[in-house]
Ligand binder design. Structure first.
Ligand code: C2E
Ligand code: MG
Ligand code: MG
Length: 697
């Protein structure tokens, strides 16, 4: 039976007092009023029934049965570990069987008084708050009182003592049991709804349905007990055993129900239950025109805890985090574990208001102390993403999705807490839209290359150029690579993309050669290209197609390419070099540099990243790094190229340090092919002189 306890105890013995005694729950006047009214009505019903029943034969025609069932009732009530947790917070007990049996053997006044007293006594023994004991007793009294009225109306109150009870008794009993069950479910679900600040009707419907499915059979045993006990008390123990078996099967069914809706590790509701509850809460909030919030809690660097300290420690951390979040939430909030290291909190009653902000602060504060696992403090930190219904989504799935984006923003902006912003998401969506268009952009020739000259620093002679992609979008205009390359590089599209860029670059080389301009051509390749074992064949094919000698082409890779998969990239790079293509390490000094790679890969040149070059004349550490790279490369027999030369000072210093080549805005920005051709043709004797240029490039 959905019995009397409105809390949702997560572990045995862990409870929250009924009437808002929790310090974090806001004063719930409606709840207090409701409990007060139920208690008053219960007391009134007991007194009236006792008065109406009179005291002629207080324990009915069979006092032995009265006392037997009262003792069994008290026993079923008092068993400390017999309570079953139920998702909605109720408990299953067998005591209702005996309460109903009492109603069938004794005058209603004695039955109600006996049950109420036994109930108060049991709760007092369990040190439950007085108000809760009173509510429970009132709940029993009202439900039994209602049942007793039905028995009275149908004239079947003592019919079980007749020699030949008729079919009417059967019908009357069914009605009585239904009345008891429904009223009890309504009273309990209503208090649950008030405690959890949730809409009452769905909870009542749910409560009644659950009771009908599970506890109706326990109630059905009541008349059987009476009949057997009338015949002989000897058989009652056998029936108690049967009841226990029925009770066990209900218990197993509920356990099963619990398993599919809860997370085994933490005992918290799982994603399924969370989505169900959130959907109901959204519907109710929508009907009332209210807001609600969902807070997604994502642990930071949890994979590192698992990897470095072991899954056992990871599991213990998750349990600890679950406990802390559970303790920090308000009674009306629902905490669930919805994924590996993701927890979600459903916050009803305060959408974007200060209530949610205060809650998030509490949740965050609860995770500040490290978790003590086996005496070792393990620090756990989390990021929080907040979404509000209906502003950020009108169903739980949309809310969770956007909360996930908010968490992502919180992590990437290092703010820890972020509320969902549609604008940011739009930008992200734009990137995705852009990526979706990239395929057709390749087909329709929207991708073009700009060329940036590369000079020999010692002589100022033009040595080559770097081809840098530009997307001339029909609607958005010129899009720089930073806006799409990072995403394109993570997709399989990058193979077609690089093939296209190489074709354009090599075709341009061939065109320049025909004009008598001989320039080395550097092209950037992505990590995926260098992990593709067919890449050297593709490059060889493109060189042949354009009729350009392999020595003209230089492929730029980054250090990270090699670290990601040293075996594959070493094979691919080896084959490219065997073709006669040269390899440059781009952005050198910014990746996971390993000097061993420089030795093992036998690259042809390193390009010192522009972050060390641009400001090197004013920044001694930058200069020191540039110098170290130049010296190292010289000793390894590798050519150095400085990128990002913006000032004459930088040019002079690099030249003095012995850097081989340079490119940068001082010399020229990346130029479209035609402009590059004009720029080259305008160079006197193919030599560029810094003195002729302005310092600002
Ligand atoms: P990167 O290969 O290091 O290219 C150099 C970047 O520095 C270019 O930016 C260039 O315009 C810029 N730059 C050149 N001189 C200066 C200077 O003096 N000062 C400053 N502040 N910047 C200078 P861009 O063209 O926007 O390219 C950015 C990055 O996009 C490239 O860096 C490269 O990693 C990637 N990328 C460009 N084209 C391609 C391509 O075709 N394929 C691949 N896989 N990546 C490409
Ligand atoms: Mg480059
Ligand atoms: Mg670079």
């Amino acid at each position: 039976m959905l019995d009397r306890d409105p809390d949702v105890p997560r572990r045995a013995g862990e409870t929250v007092p009924l009437a808002g005694a929790s310090t974090i729950a806001p004063a719930n006047h409606a709840l207090n009023l409701y409990v007060g009214m139920v208690v008053a009505a219960g007391a009134l019903v007991v007194l009236t029934t006792v008065w109406l029943s009179g005291w002629d034969e207080p324990t009915g025609p069979r006092p032995d049965l009265f006392w037997l069932f009262l003792v069994l009732f008290a026993f079923a009530e008092a068993r400390p570990m017999a309570w079953l947790r139920r998702d909605e917070g109720g408990e299953v007990t067998a005591s209702w069987t005996f309460a109903l049996a009492l109603l069938l053997v004794a005058p209603p006044g004695s039955a109600l008084l006996g049950v109420a007293c036994a109930c108060l006594l049991s709760d007092a023994l369990h040190r439950k708050p007085v108000v809760r004991g009173l509510f429970n007793a009132a709940n029993y009294s009202l439900s039994l009182g209602f049942g007793s009225v039905i028995l009275g109306i149908t004239g079947q109150r003592t019919a079980l003592f007749d020699d030949h009870p008729g079919i009417l008794l059967f019908v009357a009993f069914l009605l009585t049991a239904a009345a008891v069950l429904v009223l009890n479910s309504v009273l309990t679900s209503a208090v649950l709804a008030l405690v959890q600040n949730r809409p009452p009707w769905p909870m009542i419907r749910q409560g009644v349905a659950l009771n009908l499915a599970t506890d109706a059979m326990l109630l059905a045993l009541a008349p059987v007990f009476v009949v057997v006990a009338q015949r002989s008390l000897t058989f009652v123990p056998l029936l108690v055993l049967t009841t226990w078996a029925v009770y066990r099967s209900v218990e197993l069914a509920l356990d099963r129900q619990h398993e599919i809706t809860h997370d085994a590790l933490t005992g918290l509701p799982n994603q399924r239950l969370f989505l169900e509850q959130a959907a109901a809460a959204c519907r109710a909030a929508g009907e009332r025109g209210q807001e609600l919030a969902v807070v997604l809690v994502d642990l930071d660097r949890f994979t590192a805890i698992n990897d470095h300290l072991g899954h056992h420690v990871g599991d213990r951390c998750l349990q600890e985090v679950a406990d802390r979040l559970q303790a920090a939430k308000r009674t009306s909030d629902l905490v669930a574990r919805i994924g590996g290291d993701d927890f979600a909190v459903l916050v009803t009653g305060s959408g974007a208001g200060p209530g949610t902000a205060a809650l998030v602060d509490r949740l965050r504060a609860s995770l500040l102390e490290p978790c003590l696992i086996g005496g070792v403090p393990v620090a756990v930190a989390a990021s929080f993403g907040i979404v509000v219904y209906p502003e950020h989504g009108d169903d739980p799935e949309a809310l969770l999705r956007n909360a996930d984006h908010a968490v992502y923003a919180a992590k990437s902006e290092l703010t820890n807490i972020a509320t969902y912003e549609a604008a940011k998401d739009e930008r992200r969506n734009n990137r995705w839209d852009l990526l979706a268009e990239l395929g057709s952009a390749i087909e329709t020739g929207q991708l073009t290359l700009y060329y940036q000259p590369k000079l020999d620093l010692a002589t100022g002679r033009l040595a080559g150029c770097e081809g840098l992609v530009r997307w001339i979008h029909p609607r958005l205009g010129l899009i720089p690579p930073a806006r799409f390359m990072p995403f394109a590089e993570n997709t399989e599209l990058i193979h077609r993309f690089t093939e296209h860029v190489l074709r354009v670059a090599l075709t341009q080389s061939a065109r320049w050669e025909r004009l008598g301009i001989r320039l080395d051509m550097a092209v950037n390749a992505s990590t995926r290209n260098l992990h593709d074992l067919h890449f050297p064949t593709t490059v060889a094919g493109l060189l042949a197609e354009a009729g350009v000698s392999p020595g003209t082409l230089e492929i730029e890779i980054t250090e990270n390419t090699v670290t990601a998969d040293p075996v594959r990239s070493t094979t691919v790079l080896g084959e490219l070099r065997a073709l006669g293509v040269r390899i440059a390490v781009d952005d050198f000094g910014t990746g996971y540099s390993s000097l061993a790679h420089l030795r093992d890969l036998t690259v042809d040149s390193v390009k010192i990243d522009k972050s060390f070059i641009t400001d090197m004349s004013h920044n001694p550490p930058d200069r020191a790094i540039a110098q170290a790279i130049i010296d190292l490369a010289r000793n390894l027999g590798v050519v150095t190229v400085a990128e990002g030369i913006e000032t004459v000072d930088a040019w002079d210093e690099l030249k003095a340090l012995g850097c081989g080549y340079g490119q940068g805005y001082l010399i020229a920005r990346p130029l479209p092919a035609a402009e590059m051709t004009a720029w080259v043709q305008a160079l006197p004797c193919g030599v560029w002189k810094p003195d002729a240029q302005a310092d600002d490039g």
